[in-house]
Design a protein. Sequence first.
Length: 130
Amino acid sequence: MDAATFAALKQLWAIVLLLSMLGQTFSRYIVVLDYRLNKTFIAKNLCENKDRPEMKCEGKCYLCKRLKKEDKKDQDNPERKGENKFELISIEQGYLMTHPFRTVRLVEYPYFQEMISNSYATSFFHPPQG
């Protein structure tokens, strides 16, 4: 495999990975976009209320089902559950946040004051004696 083919395959693989990540992130928007693009087909074939035109559903029932399915898929994913998320809390002295977090640990650090002196030892700095 030559270098040009290898570079093209690397680019193709990067594009596939990027599109898959974007698809997962924006899955709800993709569902809505699919509904809007195929609204007439969904209203005629997939709508549960197509026998009752007075409801003016136009396939919104199908859209709601698909959105609920996406939400359920997100809730079933253990990485997206709220209990698996950790947050960093900044606590100033005398102020404690009272939100429902798992554990809030207050760590007291000793006060450090850097001592900087403008005076220096002159006995070290003298010309060489030869």
